[in-house]
Write a protein that binds this ligand. Structure first.
Ligand code: AMP
Length: 240
């Protein structure tokens, strides 16, 4: 039943093509927490031609990581609402995203929601899902230093475990079905290599903090969602 897990702060880890976006949307709907995808935030900046977008574009196109300072600025803006153009990638209908006594509601799916800009810190920290962030140790450490210290500590990091051939097949299918900046095969391989070198070390970082949970990412989206659900429901302090 929706709403039985609340206030959970989740990171979705996993290589490109592991199904993070699909699962992020499901978790967001099911638990009423906003999903924040740095990949999508970057796409929005690039499409809008903002200074940040212009700095980020060549990295995204090449399958490289965007510099940490840019990504941290984006996440801070989204979480702490410094920017009016905060983007919620997926907010379930009826979810209160901007409290501040106004009770504003976002009913969109994938639209920019300006009210989120006034979301106060405690509300933001009451639950969110980060999809595709952090991707480097420096990002993870900066997040802990800036946000965990402000009462936004992560509860769980879900590591979607999918083998490389499955990931490449999924990326190939996606590049036929969607138009992304970075889904040709060479770039896809580059992104996988970057994941292995820069992002995979986060597993040890979060395992050492006792919050890493490995999820078998094979099978249908429903099967994977069921495994995630079991983990989220087993977390202490998040049940009603
Ligand atoms: P995604 O949609 O999460 O696969 O992200 C698409 C691209 O955006 C990545 O290949 C990177 O170029 C960039 N990107 C997204 N998130 C981050 C991040 N946390 N750090 C650096 N670059 C990122």
């Amino acid at each position: 039943m929706p709403g039985t897990v609340r206030s959970v702060r989740v990171v979705l880890l996993g290589p490109p093509g592991s199904g993070k976006g699909t699962q992020a949307a499901r978790i967001s709907s099911r638990y009423g927490i906003p999903a924040i995808s740095t990949g999508r935030l970057l796409d929005t900046e690039i499409a809008a031609g903002t200074p940040l977008g212009r700095r980020a574009e060549s990295f995204v196109r090449a399958g490289e990581l965007v510099p940490d300072d840019l990504v941290l600025d984006l996440v801070a803006s989204r979480l702490f609402g410094a920017r009016a153009a905060a983007v919620l990638d997926h907010v379930p209908a009826g979810t209160v995203v901007a409290a501040a006594g106004t009770g504003s509601r976002a009913a969109g799916t994938g639209t920019a929601v300006a009210e989120a800009a006034v979301t106060p810190v405690p509300d933001v920290c009451s639950g969110f899902l980060l999809d595709g962030f952090p991707r480097t140790l420096a990002q993870a450490e900066a997040f802990d230093a800036r946000f965990a210290a402000a009462g936004c500590a992560l509860d769980v990091v879900l590591d979607l475990d999918v083998d490389e051939s499955t990931v490449l097949a999924r990326i190939a299918r996606r590049s036929r079905d969607e138009s992304r900046l970075d889904d040709d095969e060479e770039t896809a391989r580059r992104r996988l290599k970057v994941f292995a070198e820069r992002t995979a070390p986060l597993r040890a970082y979060y395992a050492a903090r006792g919050i890493l949970r490995t999820i078998d990412g094979s099978g249908t989206p429903d099967e994977v969602a069921g495994r995630i659900d079991a983990v989220l429901r087993s977390l202490p302090d998040h049940r009603h």
